[in-house]
Write a protein of this length. Sequence first.
Length: 169
Amino acid sequence: RGDEVESSRQYQALTDRIPQRPVSVVEGTSYTLVILAALGFAAAVVYAAASELLLQPKEYVCYNAALEHIREDPRVTVRLGTPISAYGTESRNRAARQRIPHRVYTDDRGHEHVQVQFHLRGPSGRATVSADMYKADETGAEWQYAFLYMDTEAPVRQRVFFHRPEAPQ
């Protein structure tokens, strides 16, 4: 036991005398850049996760508004019955059904439009809904419809307009 303590002291005495070279400017700068890059990457990951989980994307805002508008219309319950289920795409895959096909574009007047298409199913039939919504004012508080219609597929093929497309001016 005494030999171990003595050899440990000798080793510490040797290592205490080894001079540690100072960090150069280039080396210090490179460490700083690596740390800043890692922090930037971490911030990007946090932003992506927060925007995906906390902020509702435009297409879902338009989907929810169109779905609420359609569920309140008695023409839908007559054709499809109640309850009505809504989903994104025709698929057996649950994740695919939850995605809403959409397209975002800007018109000639500078309004940002969001087009969505989704499916409805009720006990009496099924339908496809198409909607185009835009924010008319600069504050973007209220979404307005360029068009909103439903194409019933069963039992009878029909097109039901809730908001007709605007005539070109």
